[in-house]
Design a protein around this ligand. Structure first.
Ligand code: TNX
Length: 463
């Protein structure tokens, strides 16, 4: 049987009792939030002994659970909290159906707990993304950031610009030319809906003004001289740029932002902004001063990699810090002017960093990131001038230059994503590496039975 604190992320309050509730063939769910309760996979009946009750206070994702010998009661102020409670119960449930007794009450530290999947360097199908969503929600991850465009591929259909996907989503795109594919608008809607049913907000990223070779390969009118560029399938960065002084650029960008905003119910639209080494600082400022208002015009809040903070930002804009330096003046300045920040330092949260120097997948420019390194840091300490209250949350990022399959994605994600998930959810003072490594040890068996590949990190005693 599991212990009541065998949960990742560790809940805020855990009070074990000697009770044991056993889920049997007769167990039924009842009460409020029936669509959410259904994720437990049990039949429902009005007098069911696993009861869901709308109530309690706190943010939408908060919940409490009481487990006695006779019943389980979940109380949550909103469906998102009931869903979080379901994840906790699924983790507590042993294969023989037993649930340890006691009381849990829980709420997140940060509103935004995300993971980014790069579908540009290697495309992943709708079914692969759905399966990824299933695996991440277990750890209360609530944002899925899709990196939809880059130098090597364009993965989202845009009306009026058909060659973006016909050409730059075709066979031969992606790093090494082996990651082709794109989402039609219906595919994308299907991902968004599937995510929403699981309380995950999709954050679409259109990377600009750099990382645009695939767009320029499809449309030479987007280059400085109107001349075609060659297709690129290598892993270089920092060589392509949209033209800040050309109106064609802004017609294109507005068509893309309008469409992606219309397809995306969530509040965020990520505009990239990273590694714009082929854009002068002046052009970068010109470009951002045109594009940031467009994001607002179509009802979205802009997220951008923290280079975006080198320009004056509307206070709704969110810089996402990704580098390894110990400070960043521009991000601190944006915070002083009212912006919130997403923390994704590469040396802790990049799921594409190798675990060990000889690991077959991944890159190592930010160093190797074993599980203890992914866990043992705190986002509120990461940057001077970026304290706890200025953090929207944390995000782990999985770039796909070296990935070739869903199994590769899973191997790089697990067990590190659970570490980042705990940093994003659990109160800082309650976090502890030795406790985490014990709790994560139970997951190997679960991932194996769920056909989810993972790295059996030597830092953990796997059950
Ligand atoms: C840097 S992180 C990039 C990406 C690469 C990644 C590989 C960031 C904002 N840009 O273009 O894929 O490194 O780790």
């Amino acid at each position: 049987m599991r212990l009541l604190d065998d949960v990742i992320p560790l809940p805020v309050t855990v009070q074990p009792s000697s009770a044991v509730f056993t889920i049997t063939a007769d167990t039924r769910v009842s009460g409020d939030y029936p669509e959410v309760a259904a994720f437990l996979g049990l039949p429902s009946s009005p007098a069911g002994d696993v009861r869901f009750v709308a109530g309690g206070d706190g943010p939408d994702e908060s919940y409490s659970i009481d487990i006695s010998d006779e019943s389980v009661t979940v109380t949550a102020p909103a469906p998102a909290g009931a869903f979080a409670a379901v994840q906790t119960l699924q983790q507590l449930r042993s294969s023989d159906g037993r649930l340890p007794g006691g009381h849990i009450s829980d709420r997140p530290r940060f509103a935004y707990r995300g993971v980014m999947l790069d579908v540009a360097r290697h495309f992943f199908t709708v079914d692969e993304v759905k399966s990824y969503i299933d695996a991440i929600v277990a750890f209360k991850i609530n944002h899925l950031h899709l990196h939809l465009t880059d130098d090597q591929g364009w993965r989202i259909e845009i009306p009026g610009w058909p060659r973006l996907t016909e050409v730059s989503g075709a066979a031969g795109t992606g790093v090494d030319g082996v990651g082709p594919g794109f989402y039609t608008r219906d595919h994308y809607r299907e991902i968004v809906a599937y995510a929403a049913e699981r309380f995950v907000t999709v954050v679409p990223e259109i990377d600009m003004p750099g990382h645009v070779n695939a767009a320029q390969f499809a449309y030479p009118s987007l280059t400085a001289d109107g001349e075609p560029v060659t297709q690129r399938t290598d892993g270089e960065v920092g060589y392509s740029s949209l033209v800040a002084g050309s109106e064609t650029t802004y017609t294109f960008v507005e068509d893309v932002i309008r469409e992606v905003a219309a397809l995306t119910p969530g509040p965020f639209l990520h505009i990239g902004g990273d590694e714009a080494q082929a854009t002068t600082a002046d052009d970068y400022r010109t470009f951002m001063s045109r594009v940031l208002p467009m994001v607002g015009k179509y009802g979205k809040r802009a997220i951008g990699w923290h280079e975006m903070a080198t320009v004056d930002l509307p206070d709704t804009a969110v810089p996402q810090f990704w580098r390894t330096e110990p400070d960043d003046e521009a991000t601190a300045r944006a915070v002083a002017a009212g912006s919130q920040v997403i923390m994704s330092p590469a040396d802790r949260t990049y799921l594409d960093m190798k675990y060990t120097p000889d690991f077959p997948l991944g890159l190592d420019w930010a160093g190797c990131v074993e599980l203890d390194r992914a866990y043992d840091w705190d986002p509120a300490d990461r940057l001077p001038g970026v304290p706890e209250h200025s953090l929207l949350g944390v995000e782990a990022a999985l770039w796909s230059e070296t990935l070739r399959s869903l199994a590769d994605v899973q191997t790089m994600t697990f067990p590190r994503l659970p570490a980042i998930a705990e940093i994003g959810w659990t109160p800082r003072a309650a976090r502890d590496w030795s406790s985490f490594r014990r709790r994560v040890g139970a997951y190997g068996a679960r991932w194996r039975s769920g056909n989810i590949a993972y790295h059996p990190s030597p830092t953990v005693d796997w059950e």
